[in-house]
Design a protein around this ligand. Sequence first.
Ligand code: SF4
Ligand code: SF4
Length: 105
Amino acid sequence: MKISKVEFNVSNIKRCLCPECPVQAESVCVEGKKRIMAEIAWSSESGMYFEADRVPGIYCSTGKAMCKDINQHKKCRCGECEVWKEYNLGEGFPDFYFCQNGEKR
Ligand code: SF4
Ligand code: SF4
C-alpha cells in the first residue's frame, strides 16, 4: 500500500506526541522550541505561523530532528499517536523514531 505524505499542518502538529516523548524530555534545545511555540497563538488556522525548524515534532513529515541533544535510547511514542494511526505509519520504513530515521518515505 502506498503511504501518503504526512501533511505539515496545525491538526497534525497538535496531535503529535513528540513534544511529550521521553526521547526529547531532557533536551535543552527542544525546551527552547517548545517555549517559542507556546508563545505563538494556537487559536486560528489562519494564525498559523509555524516553520518546520521551529516545531520539535512531526518528524514523520519534516524529517530528522534539528535538536541533537535528544536521547534515542528512550522509547518512541509514535505508536500511540493518532497521526501515526491515520497515515498507517507502521507500514514500511521508517516506522518509528522519525526524529532519528527521517520522514516517512
Ligand atoms: S507519528 Fe510520531 S512524529 Fe509523527 S506526528 Fe505522531 S508522534 Fe509526531
Ligand atoms: S519521532 Fe518518536 S522517538 Fe522521536 S520524538 Fe517523536 S515520538 Fe519520540
